[in-house]
Each structure stands twice: as structure tokens, then as C-alpha cells.
Design a protein around this ligand. Structure first.
Ligand code: ADP
Ligand code: TRP
Length: 332
């Protein structure tokens, strides 16, 4: 039995890039045979940046509803809030006692902040760095090691944190014996969804298409995709068309072949965009309906997250007990 665990910060609602590049691949991993999978909402990680309680709550529900709407089966996969599993923080402290400070100095989010301060000529290079940001990788290591995860699906920017989790686990294992499982990261190499301007789709570039746009807004956004001024009858190359790139992500093989032919025979850009809109809207509308249905039923979401954290805590408390015992902590 393999354990796959991933965490998502409740800081933004998903766009097409998140869905195709992170959510779908993680869901397909979690549906494999002999797999135990867990998805948690990393709200304590988000606390490094989100200090508005209403936003924190709403985004937490938003992430839960997104994953459920995209197909996460709560009967098969565990879904919970990080803040409902306090064993995480007990483990985080334990791990911090085995983490060289230098390892945190080299963590990329902290380094980026220091560099930014340097470039802005700030005297205090740690300006704006909270201990939460500084020790972020330790908390993430606790999330992972607490459930003895074998594989951790993450974006490339999170690979370093999984490696840090391995380093810390190794230190503990060297001291007390094999208590912690060394996790492996899993990334989606090569799967990069372009944004409306052709660069990588990213919220920070403002070139993203939100996953749960209503039909009207979705159509409007698709109609805004930039195209050249070639007339409808001119044959078009599907291999250099953003519209076609998007179409391939949502359409069936048959639909893709069909649109390819239409491109080669000459197609108006308006028609191509309409074809894209229809295929995307058909695919996403059941998910969108489910998302809004779930968001309107916070009692259900709360119940599900609570059940998830109860189960998660059963497992987590066993690992923490094992560590406490090995370390001579508490009454035994
Ligand atoms: P953003 O760039 O919009 O802030 P994040 O960096 O928070 O998105 O990414 C969250 C997850 O979604 C990561 O696993 C990341 O690899 C994936 N992801 C984000 N944008 C894309 C994209 N354009 N193509 C493929 N995957 C993406
Ligand atoms: N740090 C991750 C991010 O910013 C979210 C996260 C927190 C996570 N804990 C995790 C991911 C544990 C995988 C495993 O995206």
C-alpha cells in the first residue's frame, strides 16, 4: 500500500493551469490501485500571508469544494484541514530541534525575500520575514512525515521542501532508528498550460482563466484570446494556435481531429473560439454546478472535513506517540 499526500494552501481559487497541471494529475495518482491518499488544506501555511479570518474560512471551503467538484472521492481519499490536526504542530517542534538553522537560510522563499530586501537597499535583510515564513519548510515536513507519505505530488517550486523533509527525517532516523518514512516528490514535468498571453498561465501574471467562471464570462474571456488578422478561408496551423492548445486539453480525440481538419481547410477565428467555448463549457459546467452547490452547503463541508481530520488524527497520534517514546518524552 502506497501513501500519497498533498497539501494545498487556501490562497486562491483554481485556474485552468492549476486544474490541468496539478489537480487532475494528483487525482489520477490518488485513484491508483493499492493507494491510500490524503489531501489537506494547508491553512496554517496560508496564515503566513492571509490575516483576514473571513477570507481564510471562505478560501478553505473553496479549496475543499474545488477538489470534491473535480472528482475527489471522500470515501476513498482523506480530506482535512491542517489546523484540525494539532499533532502536526507537535511534530513540527520536534523536527525543528533537528533542523540546522542553515538549512532554513537556504530555503528558497526565505532567500527570495532576503534578496528582494537587498535589491531594495533595505538595511534589515530580514525585513518582512516572519518566523512562519522562515520555518515554513519545517511545518511542511511535519505534514508529510506525520502520515509516512511515500509520494508527495507538488509543483516544481515545492521540490526543495520535500527534500528538506527527507533531510530532517534522516537526522531523526540516524539518532533513534527508522521511525520516519523518507518521502519522494512527484512533479508533472512538461505539463505547462499557457495563459492568455502565451506565457505560463499564472495568477501572478494576470493571464489566467478561472476554472469556475460562469458560461457568459467564460465565453467573453475566450473571445478575447488574441489572434492574427488572417481571413476565415485561409488555412491555419493548429500547432501554433493558443486556441487549439486549449482545445486539446478539454476535447476528445475525435473532436481534436475534427477541429484540426477545420483549421487546415480554413476556419474563422470566431468559429474556432466558439468551438473552444462549447467544449470547455460542456466539460466544466457539471463541475462548476457541483462547486457552487457545495459552497452553499457549508454544514456538509464542515462535516466532511471533521470526519477527515478525525481519521487523520488517529494515524497521526500513533506516529507522535512512537516518537515521544523513542525520545524519552512524556509519561510512558
Ligand atoms: P500560480 O502560478 O497561479 O500562483 P501556483 O504556483 O500556486 O499557481 O500553482 C499551484 C499548482 O498548480 C502547482 O502544482 C503548479 O505546478 C500548478 N500550476 C500552476 N500554473 C500552472 C500552469 N500554467 N501549467 C501547469 N501547472 C500549473
Ligand atoms: N507548501 C505547499 C504550497 O505552497 C503547500 C503544502 C503545505 C504542501 N504542506 C504540504 C504540499 C505538504 C505537499 C505536502 O503549495
Amino acid at each position: 500500500m502506497k501513501t500519497i499526500l498533498t497539501g494545498v494552501k487556501p490562497t486562491q481559487l483554481p485556474h485552468w493551469g492549476n486544474y490541468l497541471g496539478a489537480i487532475l494529475p494528483a487525482l489520477s495518482l490518488s485513484q491508483g490501485k493499492d493507494v491510500k491518499s490524503a489531501l489537506f488544506i494547508a491553512d496554517y501555511h496560508a496564515l503566513t500571508t492571509i490575516h483576514d479570518p473571513e477570507i481564510m474560512k471562505e478560501m478553505t471551503y473553496g479549496v475543499a469544494a474545488t477538489w470534491l467538484a473535480c472528482g475527489l472521492d471522500p470515501e476513498r481519499a482523506l480530506i482535512y484541514r491542517q489546523s484540525d490536526v494539532p499533532e502536526t504542530f507537535e511534530l513540527a517542534w520536534i523536527l525543528s530541534c533537528f533542523t540546522p538553522k542553515g538549512l532554513m537560510n537556504r530555503a528558497h522563499a526565505y532567500k527570495a525575500k532576503v534578496q528582494e530586501n537587498q535589491e531594495q537597499g533595505k538595511k534589515d535583510l530580514d525585513f518582512g520575514v516572519s518566523m512562519g515564513l522562515y520555518t515554513y519548510p519545517i511545518l511542511m515536513s511535519a505534514d508529510i512525515l506525520l502520515f509516512s507519505a511515500d509520494e508527495v505530488p507538488v509543483g516544481e517550486d515545492q521540490i526543495q521542501h520535500v527534500e528538506i523533509a527527507r533531510d530532517i527525517a534522516q537526522k531523526i532516523n540516524n539518532t533513534y532508528g527508522e521511525l520516519l518514512k523518507l518521502p519522494e516528490f512527484v512533479t508533472q514535468k512538461g505539463k505547462l498550460i499557457p495563459g492568455l498571453d502565451g506565457r505560463k498561465m499564472s495568477k501572478s501574471y494576470g493571464n489566467h482563466i478561472p476554472l469556475f467562471l460562469d458560461s457568459k464570462k467564460l465565453r467573453k474571456m475566450i473571445m478575447k484570446i488574441k489572434t492574427d488578422s488572417s481571413p476565415p478561408e485561409t488555412p491555419k496551423d493548429p500547432n501554433v494556435s493558443l486556441i487549439f492548445d486549449f482545445y486539446k486539453e478539454f476535447a476528445t480525440d475525435e473532436q481534436i481531429q475534427d477541429l484540426r481538419k477545420r483549421y487546415e481547410n480554413g476556419i474563422g477565428w470566431g468559429e474556432a473560439k466558439q468551438a473552444l467555448f462549447e467544449v470547455v463549457d460542456e466539460k466544466l459546467s457539471p463541475m462548476r454546478d457541483k462547486f457552487y452547490e457545495l459552497m452553499a452547503d457549508k454544514n456538509y463541508l464542515n462535516k466532511l472535513l471533521k470526519e477527515g481530520s478525525d481519521k487523520a488524527r488517529e494515524e497521526a497520534s500513533q506516529l507522535v506517540s512512537k516518537l515521544r517514546q523513542a525520545m524519552g518524552l512524556g509519561a510512558s
